[in-house]
Write a protein that binds this ligand. Sequence first.
Ligand SMILES: NC(=O)C1=CN([C@@H]2O[C@H](COP(=O)(O)OP(=O)(O)OC[C@H]3O[C@@H](n4cnc5c(N)ncnc54)[C@H](OP(=O)(O)O)[C@@H]3O)[C@@H](O)[C@H]2O)C=CC1
Ligand SMILES: CC(=O)N[C@@H](CCC(=O)OP(=O)(O)O)C(=O)O
Length: 345
Amino acid sequence: MKAAIIGGTGYGAIELIRLIQKHPYLEVGSVISNSQAGSNFSESYPHLSEIIEQPLEKFDVQNIAKENEIVFLATPSGVSSNLVPQLKETGIKCIDLSGDFRLRSPEVYETWYKHSPAPENYLNEAVYGLSEIYGENIKNANLISNPGCYPTASTLGLIPILKSNLADSDSIIIDAKSGVSGAGRGLSLTSHYAEINENLKAYKLGAHQHIPEIEQVLTDESGQPITISFATHLVPMTRGIMCSIYLKLKEKVTTEDVHQIYDEFYKNKPFVRVRPVGKVPATKEVWGSNYCDIGLHVDPRTNRLTIISVIDNLVKGAAGQAIQNANIMNGWDERAGLQDIPMYP
Ligand SMILES: NC(=O)C1=CN([C@@H]2O[C@H](COP(=O)(O)OP(=O)(O)OC[C@H]3O[C@@H](n4cnc5c(N)ncnc54)[C@H](OP(=O)(O)O)[C@@H]3O)[C@@H](O)[C@H]2O)C=CC1
Ligand SMILES: CC(=O)N[C@@H](CCC(=O)OP(=O)(O)O)C(=O)O
């Protein structure tokens, strides 16, 4: 099945191409670029020389629909909301990696993203693509809103304990750290080497656009309104997200009790690995893979649970989860094309 990729020279797109190239049922179709149309793909990305040699194309909705059966949009928020309606008119299936279709409320979107929301009928149609949780809805979807990177790590880490009813849901603190590729390929002070190297920065405190997304999912899954404290930090590394999550427990339970809940919840989910009691994951242990690894610890002195959840932001946090969703939509094995072993060291 041919897949078009829009936002061709960005990090999300390049990761999609890497994964699709090895996929048993998908192949790279049209690669669309706003800034580099007409040039050869390997001019932007020489590491793909002699692997993908094709021209980058300009956006032409009819041509995309004629040549491809599915579209991945790896475009910034505010751009996808404009392109998706045009594409959907042709009947083609879309998977959007931006934040444009994740929030159900247009008002909430405008508050946090600071630009106009997508048309409401598309917001209603979009299925939130957190693969492990919404697989049944994803099967029948024609428009997938792929989750954000921090929300993927945070919600997969929190949903089992919230569903168990053992968590004090007012006490959730998510302390999140990301590698710099999370900010995309565009150059800014945020991604300047001299600003990032040998440095650790907190950013967007209280204003991060992923706060309402995480709260929306946790509220849906727990059945009660959830408000979180969320702090994001930029770490001098290329890939990886670690969410260190803290919450108070309502009853006295042990680390072993909590492990049982998580092992049971994720027993048939091939991309979530719950680490054994006493072990916690590091970002390098999922590098280049579609895994979300989770470690758990209950401190008996404070009766708080610490959850460590790690992903590769470009794989499970973006392109990998998008492919996982395409697999589910098409009735393929959800692992198809995604069985890369993490690269170590
Ligand atoms: N990086 C990450 O870890 C994650 C990213 N995301 C989301 O995925 C999407 C892509 O992210 P990422 O690849 O990192 O971002 P990049 O900035 O690396 O790439 C986005 C690409 O979109 C295209 N683009 C930019 N502006 C416009 C425009 N006005 N009109 C049309 N196309 C435009 C450009 O490619 P070209 O000029 O070739 O068209 C650009 O390279 C974003 O919405 C991001 O928020 C989600 C989860 C994780
Ligand atoms: C390190 C870094 O800057 N990360 C970005 C991740 C944003 C992203 O991926 O955008 P979506 O809202 O489309 O998910 C950030 O914190 O804003």
